[in-house]
Design a protein around this ligand. Sequence first.
Ligand code: NAD
Length: 417
Amino acid sequence: MHKPKTLGIGIIGGGFIARFHIKSWVGVRDADILGVFDPDAKRAREACALVRSLNCGEAKPFKSIAAMAADPAIGALWICAPNYTRTEVMEEIAQAVASGRAELIGVTCEKPLGRNVREAKKMLALVQKAGLLDGYLENQVFSPAVTRGKEIVWARGAAIAGPPYLARAAEEHSGPHMPWFWEGTLQGGGVLNDMMCHSVEEARFMLTPPGAPRDALTPVSVTAYTNCLKWQEPKYAALLSKRSGGKTDYLKRPAEDFARSLVEYKDRGGKIVVVETTTSWCYVGAGLRLSMELLGPEYALQINTLDAGLKVFFSREVKGKAGEDLVEKQNAEIGLMPVVADEATEYGYIAENRHMVQSFLKGVRPEENFSDGVGVTELLMAAYLSAEQGKTITFPPKGLDAYVPAVARGKWNPKNK
Ligand SMILES: NC(=O)c1ccc[n+]([C@@H]2O[C@H](COP(=O)([O-])OP(=O)(O)OC[C@H]3O[C@@H](n4cnc5c(N)ncnc54)[C@H](O)[C@@H]3O)[C@@H](O)[C@H]2O)c1
């Protein structure tokens, strides 16, 4: 009898993004989530309980990454731990494989691949040395609106009127949910590192002809701007300090809460195409807003995730408790509000995880992989360099591998300019 092949997945880090991946698993075939490792045992137990409640695998908590990797039922690991643990996590996986204790097919890693180019390249080197397939978890390039929109625009508009020349991408919300994201040294920067990683990659993907490799477009220059518009104000700095038990100090060590960039690319014919991004942690609307555009000579595509088909209205008499049940990073519970009905689908997590699983089962490298993660990190670091120097950076600038932005060294403060 034909025995179906099911990939066993282990998740490293059982926090916010792990929950998104777990919820997405109801739409991912041929793989079960069998384990979670989190140094916070309660988090691991809760994540496993969520997996089981959704019938997405017999997940159990593991005591270490090495133990989870060594379980013969587990064939691939999803890295969902904080940015500051990236290289140590990957080293532990590589070590488990090198010692012969773990037999794995592949590893995927959440954005960003590293806090700087050196870390991102180390991740790539480690995964390749271990002989594992690698997937870079950039969900936006799997979002149905993005993939379907790209398909239609290129098949109809670009085929007749010529290729697109401008892609815009913005990701905005009111600020991250955990204190470590706000610390430049731990996270790698502020909103530029945290969210522009999505925008630059999604916009590059839109501008790249369907099926063409990453090098169909070559970055030629990066111009960026960063500032701390909201969270450095004493009232808001005090709020961050309170939320972090006194650790986060945005009066002394702020990170940027607003960042924009303009990336010029050259296509294979030498023509310039442009990516324009905006990201912020100081957008107070209904919740997370992703907006994207793709513009060409006779056409335009637009996406705004808060233009949801579903809206609800609650009068002032409905005084419910604060929640995140309508949309990610929700800011209100009263009035007319958009609802993103199926966030795991719409933000791209289901298609992303299906692609990773199917690639691993076929033994091929996922289309979005650690090399893309390195490419994104290079662009982000060039953006920091541009913002610090107040000028356009010709790409790639000298010394990019060793560069660590001032904000990631705890040395950035726009008020000292
Ligand atoms: N794709 C997206 O849109 C998206 C959204 C949010 C977060 N992320 C990324 O996912 C990663 C995790 O973010 P989050 O929001 O889930 O953070 P989180 O703080 O909510 O959760 C992180 C979890 O990792 C655990 N952890 C800490 N050290 C660990 C280690 N050494 N090994 C394993 N687990 C460890 C923590 O206890 C915590 O439970 C980050 O890199 C972040 O950038 C991506």
